[in-house]
Design a protein around this ligand. Sequence first.
Ligand code: UDP
Length: 328
Amino acid sequence: MSKCLVTGGAGFIGSHLTEHLLSLGHEVCVLDNLSTGRPENLAHLAGHSRLTIRTGSITDPVLLADAVRDIHVIYHLAAAVGVKLVADDPVRTIETNIYPTETLLRLAVQSKCRFYLASTSEVYGKNPRERWTEDEDLVFGATSHPRWAYGCSKAIDEFLALAYHRKFGLEVVIGRFFNVVGPRQVGHYGMVVPRFVDQALAGEPLIVYDDGGQTRCFAHVREVVQTVVRLMDLPIAHGQVFNIGSDQPVTIRQLAEEVIRRTGAKSAIECVPYGAVYGADFEDVRRRVPDLSRLEQTLGTKPTLSLGTILDDVIAWKRDCLRVERRD
Ligand code: UDP
């Protein structure tokens, strides 16, 4: 069994990863500054004998050095995430997403840790191709558009991680997450699924940006964290980049219709221009579909849960939360 450090372990994906690692018998240390992470994400694991939770920032190099002591595997998920947050505060995005990654990579080499780098489909930028393979070109917009700061910051992290692999033999896996959704994801930072489900359960209109013809593939967080851990355990995966997600595209309008259908809500769908939400210089990615061949060839599997199953899970979780709120 390994000792794992999960940065961002109180976040949406990090908390599911923590839970999965504990279920496999590993020891887990979570490091999270609770900026977007939430203590309630780990509340059900409180007191677990193999879990330690430290509240602190990855921007503190002394804390990082201490957190890495005796660790075998680092899962680096802490980052400024969410299109809205990132567009609102590009300085924080760059500071949080670049310097601490380099510090952690250096510590991982010194301590001979394996390293998982959580990257993102945002690194492809607005590449116009139908499906993106990992070797695709990265196509970012102008630096005057803050949205691209996120993808660029993660692309630099990838360059650093691959360089540490080549130069020092660091056993690193880079996973590019594509629209991961599921219970515990909140809509404050722009994520569409929890926003639509909240709106539907409140009987409010579902707010679709632009014409709703933009396409995404949504993957269940449970399958995603299982994929991550399996990749880390496979030596042939080390030094490689993987798309991780679903490859079944849906338009945002179809997503809204499906949420309405599955909640039984009477909500309408309202389209609003991007400018009204993110400011005049916002650019969206029209289509985002991963090619999962590399993942499938390496693991023999890929995430397959249907959108319907995923939405039912999110809706059930949200209904539970509402029941608890009403009781309190
Ligand atoms: N979106 C929307 N309504 C919302 C939030 C998002 O129509 O309340 C759209 C957004 O413009 C994007 C897609 O849904 O085209 C997915 O957005 P999200 O922020 O979840 O992830 P992204 O793929 O943009 O990182």
